[in-house]
Design a protein. Structure first.
Length: 188
């Protein structure tokens, strides 16, 4: 009887016009409906992060980890990459699929918005923040930036925080990746 309910559920979800997925505990897509296949291609056996824009992967992974730790539902936004090469802002809603007391898998529904033209809002940095960003792009540490710009380490940390905030990044590495994508680094 349980198997019949599962089959009926999947049959029903197949009819949903929004992309829907089931992802196992390891982050591998184990099922997707036809709408998801049309938008993202055949993802069976692949990581769900394949369709997430690089700058949003860390946030989506945090949401996934929350599910594994017990959060029943998460709703968030992320940019997704489609098979036609376009980028869309999407609302993602996901729930735990439990087996006993453990999260067995996660079901998610993606509501993609209109294709984005690839443009990213302009980043407003002061000249000093831009200098800090350039040095971050070269892999410089806080100490190295302080020495190069003749600043205190605390001042450098403040500039780094402002750069991260301006780029919408959560780490130095993510900031450099976003800056590179937006061609904000001298080497781009």
């Amino acid at each position: 009887m349980h198997r019949e309910r599962t089959i009926d559920l999947m049959t029903t979800l197949q009819k949903v016009k929004f992309p829907s997925f089931v992802i196992d505990r390891n982050g591998t897509v184990t099922w997707l409906n036809d709408a998801a296949t049309r938008v993202f291609g055949d993802l069976i056996g692949r990581s769900y992060t394949k369709v997430i824009a690089p700058e949003d992967v860390a946030n989506v992974e945090r949401q996934f980890e929350q599910k594994l730790r017990g959060t029943p539902v998460t709703d968030y936004e992320a940019d997704v990459l489609t098979t036609d090469g376009s980028r869309r802002r999407a609302e993602i809603s996901s729930v735990r699929i439990e087996s006993g007391h453990q999260c067995h898998a996660i079901f998610g529904l993606v509501l993609p918005g209109e294709p984005r033209n690839g443009s990213v809002p302009a980043v407003s940095l002061t000249s000093r923040q831009n200098e800090v960003l350039q040095l971050l792009g070269e892999g410089a540490s806080t100490d190295q930036i302080a020495a190069a710009l003749h600043l205190s380490k605390e001042t450098v940390r403040n500039h780094v925080r402002h750069v991260l905030r301006a780029l919408g990044a959560h780490s130095r590495l993510e900031a450099v990746a976003l800056a590179h994508r937006q061609r904000l680094l001298r080497n781009d």
